[in-house]
Design a protein around this ligand. Structure first.
Ligand code: SF4
Length: 280
């Protein structure tokens, strides 16, 4: 076996795929049109419904410090970019320029680097995480370090490259001690993510973990329960299918074959939707 094929096979096995079995994933999705994709409350299934992986529940998020509610944001247009400036940004670089000085929530003053997001401006697959961690804060890039390495492997396992996707977070600044962003912090930042989605127009969004599912899609159900089930979000007048899956950091903590395979299946379903025939 040549080395690239061996490396691909090693990656799949690392993700919990023990046998290389061809599965008709596109055919399984074919009957469902984007317009019939399930809405958070009801509706027919967009894609195949899968059993949640039997993984231990994620530890309860650490609460935001009480001091977060006492923060007084600046009022100047650099520290608190007005919605009109965000809406006026016609490209991702323009948007980054408009918001990179943001101090609108308590996370801003504590950051080392603003983590805007990165990837292809024409990405068909967009991945949305929670917020920058230590490595991301140091480098100003999303999903670097061990979680980023694992995410890259996951993307590679569905036959894509990281550069073909777009990766962003709900919040652009690192929460202290890697705590979960408070709802206020997330909602203060959410307009930036919405504008990124409007500019990129991805075919599918994969949410990584509970926070983007809650803040972007509006679902508070446990990620273990809803991962692998198609949802959708409306941004800029467009409804976009959303595939919730585990956060790579969770996968690293719960490094079981079930969890790794679950993420692989979720990403595989997202890829199948992207690759479906145009007439669908
Ligand atoms: S997390 Fe978002 S809203 Fe808060 S300061 Fe950073 S960019 Fe601004």
């Amino acid at each position: 076996m040549d080395s690239p094929l061996q490396a691909w096979r090693d990656t799949l096995e690392e993700l919990g795929v023990m046998g290389l079995v061809r599965e008709p994933v596109v055919a399984a999705l074919k009957p469902a049109l984007p317009a019939s994709a399930p809405r958070p409350a009801s509706g027919p299934a967009l894609g195949p419904t899968r059993r949640p992986a039997e993984a231990p529940p994620r530890p309860a998020p650490r609460p935001a410090p009480a001091a977060a509610t006492a923060y007084t944001p600046p009022t100047d247009p650099v520290g608190c970019p007005p919605p009109e400036a965000v809406a006026a940004a016609a490209t991702l670089p323009e948007l980054e320029k408009a918001i990179q000085g943001c101090l609108a929530c308590p996370l801003g003053p504590g950051r080392l680097k603003f983590v805007f997001g990165e990837g292809s401006p024409q990405a068909r697959l967009m991945l949305v995480g929670e917020g920058p961690g230590r490595d991301e804060d140091l480098q100003g890039r999303p999903f670097v370090g061990k979680a980023g390495e694992l995410l890259d492997k996951m993307i590679g396992a569905i036959g894509m490259k990281r550069e073909e996707t777009y990766i962003a977070n709900v919040v652009k600044c690192r929460p202290p001690d890697n705590r979960t962003p408070s709802p206020d912090e997330a909602r203060t930042c959410l307009g930036y993510l919405h504008r990124q989605i409007e500019l990129i127009q991805p075919v599918v969004i994969v949410t990584l973990g509970a926070t983007p599912l809650r803040e972007l899609v509006g679902l508070s159900e446990g990620i273990t329960k809803v991962r692998g089930q198609w949802k959708r979000v409306r941004v800029g007048g467009r409804e976009i299918p959303v595939m919730p899956t585990f956060h790579p950091a969770y996968v690293l903590r719960q490094y079981t074959q079930d969890v790794r395979r679950a993420v692989w299946e979720d990403l595989k379903a997202a890829k199948a939707w992207i690759d479906r025939p145009a007439e669908d």
